[in-house]
Ligand binder design. Sequence first.
Ligand code: NDP
Length: 325
Amino acid sequence: ATTPVNVTVTGAAGQIGYALLFRIAAGDLLGDDVPVRLRLLEIPQAVKAAEGTALELHDSAFELLDGIDVYDDAQQAFDGTNVALLVGARPRTQGMERADLLEANGGIFKPQGEALNGAADDAKVLVVGNPANTNALIARSNSDVPADRFTAMTRLDHNRAVGQLAAKYGVRVGSVSKMTIWGNHSATQYPDVTYAEIDGKPIGSEVDQSWLTEEFIPRVAKRGAEIIEVRGASSAASAAAAAIDHVYTWVNGTKQNDWTSAAIVSDGSYGVPEGLVSSFPVTASNGKFEIVQGLEISDFSRERIDASVNELAEEREAVQKLGLV
Ligand code: NDP
């Protein structure tokens, strides 16, 4: 019925890409009445593998899938795109310095930011590839696409926190609302339960402080490492599910009396320096994220938010020195 929405996925032949593409094609990203056209971007040596995934997508006979194209050129892959999921990134290898990691990713996200100038007017960009917040900063700084279209993913951290809270309270995840992730998608992130509710009832004052500081916060922040240890491979399907949730919420809005977490370009709210791509409590409506305002921040929270935001500021300084932003 409607015209297909163009969705570009970078790193399409990777683990997350493999989990993500089938859910997008099934209609989970935008809605089960919205046809999609998939555009897969890969580096030349992974194009063949992406083509293999494209064959499997054909074989799945998804009714909403209008077509699939595979590219090794960012300009082409982003031309006219409506939703860009930037999953491909240069992983940190053993012994690699942070500056080297940032520089290698600058070589990916700077040209991708430039190529996004050819995207559709309503383009929405989600960076998943790590270091996601700073990769998003680099892309944004090298693009004419408005700053409010650039986001990075902390929805997986958010979902992990919601899962842990639901388990602790013996309820379904749907009972948990107003969870917040602040800061960087890294081990310094701050999962904040101050305003969290179970079935609409605030839990803040009754939370067991030692459980919070010794179990909950580190467990959420280090869940990625736990998955690697138990599964023997890094999280992929849960990261894909979070990317789906992030975009679905951005396009279709948050629920009444709830919010979610997303890393967006700071406007200076809550003392987060303007321009940093940092995670906030956000609502979404009419295709726009907005930071939830007016929350009182305790000393306990302030210290943790500042620690993660300082890390983001250091990453920004490092990429400034490299001439990437
Ligand atoms: P994955 O698909 O497993 O991961 C992709 C990226 O997502 C990594 O940067 C990874 O970070 C990040 N990520 C963010 N959150 C999570 C999470 N919760 N769990 C796991 N990963 C997370 O990587 P693969 O190596 O399987 O695939 C990457 C693909 O990207 C390759 O096919 C490669 O060719 C491609 N690539 C494409 C580029 C392009 O299109 N221009 C550029 C660079 C690479 P982390 O490394 O920290 O786990």
